[in-house]
Write a protein that binds this ligand. Structure first.
Ligand code: PMV
Length: 359
């Protein structure tokens, strides 16, 4: 086991410790994962753009355990202890990894995380959080087992564990785009994500997130996924997602912004349509986000902008746009903010290259 002097910028310490640290970004799905089977197997294949500045940084330190509990850890988010809900999800991922790396349970773990973006800001913190944790735990396992992995193999394994923590987290390992889930015409698989290469015009894209509501969602994604199990439109959705994925792949590979725009927006509205029409209706959009969408579509009319909206499981709107239209989009957003009575938080991000090891 290697000992090193730890000196990350986020958690100051000069004590020799056993530690690893990874940074992993969030991602925004262009083709949405909605519904799952069994152990985090997606009902349909999905494809996402990885963000750059919205990330989670997670350090795992380990020391010989002094108690006999199978799992022993302390978790801090921004140096603070947070609720049990986080600890349950972390314990679940550690448990999964113990099956393959039982020696992890010889150690007490101290897990320090920080997010660069506010909680419930319309950015998937479970995607960045679970991928950063899976990467760090796998790095730790590699050290305590003295195992070396080829970099690609390591990322693939981490993506597999991240998926078991939170489905969409498996895509955050890679950037600027990742594909996940079995599909007749693609080589992608259900167990982990794969990087997805795109036309040069799509490699750098921008994402402004308009945060219409900071409150935690009334319905979490786990409940939403489970509602797809017996959804009236389940089979239709599986077909639609496969068809949209084919169109999206063609658009991203050929640089076709018209098809990209049509499919991204169709996926966002279909996701919410499925929520509206599930046995237990889920209404996450609010009147303001809908009003904003129609204003945006009005503004865009006839301009030929390479810009689209997408929406995750929440009321916040992600505007995606190409470099050429950055100025027009930023002006539109700032004019809209000025005309609005109440203040609103806008987070500016862009496509990024995926996870990175810091220590
Ligand atoms: O990874 P989960 O279980 O939080 O599900 C994510 C679901 C969506 O964000 C709505 C879509 C997606 O593919 O990211």
């Amino acid at each position: 086991m290697s000992e090193k002097v730890y000196n990350a910028f986020s958690f100051e310490s000069t004590q020799p410790v056993n530690s690893v640290e990874w940074r992993s970004p969030s991602n925004i799905a262009l083709i949405k994962y909605w519904g799952k089977n069994g152990n985090q197997i997606p009902m349909n294949a999905s494809l996402s753009m990885t963000l750059k500045y919205s990330f989670t940084q997670t350090e795992v330190r380990w020391e010989p355990k002094r108690d006999s509990l199978p799992i022993s850890f302390d978790f801090y988010l921004s140096k603070q202890k947070v609720g049990e809900a986080f600890e349950i999800r972390i314990a679940k991922l550690i448990e999964v990894m113990l099956v393959d790396f039982p020696k992890i349970s010889d150690y007490h773990l101290t897990i320090n995380s920080l997010n660069t973006f506010p909680h419930s800001a319309g950015i998937a913190s479970s995607a960045s959080g679970m991928s950063a944790l899976a990467l760090s735990l796998l790095s730790m396992a590699a050290q305590i087992y003295n195992r070396s992995y080829a970099y690609d193999e390591f990322l693939q394994l981490a993506s597999h564990y991240a998926r078991l923590g939170s489905g969409s987290a498996c895509r955050s390992v890679y950037g600027p785009y990742a594909i996940w889930g079995q599909h007749a015409e693609q080589q992608s698989v259900d167990e982990f994500a794969n990087p997805f290469d795109v036309h040069a015009d799509f490699k750098k894209m921008y994402n402004s997130i308009l945060v219409f509501n900071h409150e935690p969602k009334s319905t979490g994604s786990s409940e939403g996924h489970s509602l797809m199990g017996s959804h009236f439109y389940r089979h239709g959705r599986i077909e639609q997602a496969a068809d949209n994925l084919n169109k999206m792949i063609h658009a991203l590979k050929s640089g076709d912004f018209d098809v990209w725009q049509q499919v991204v927006e169709n996926e966002a509205l279909s996701l919410h349509g499925l929520m509206f029409s599930s046995a237990k209706p889920v209404i996450l959009l609010n009147p303001e986000s809908l009003a904003f969408l129609s204003e945006f579509m009005q503004f865009r009319k006839g301009k030929g902008l390479k810009a689209a909206f997408t929406i995750d499981a929440g009321p916040n709107i992600h505007l995606l746009y190409a470099k050429d239209d950055r100025e027009a989009m930023q002006n539109f957003i700032s004019d809209w903010i000025t005309s609005r009575k109440a203040p609103i938080n806008v987070i500016d991000d862009e496509s990024g290259l995926g996870a990175k090891q810091l220590f």
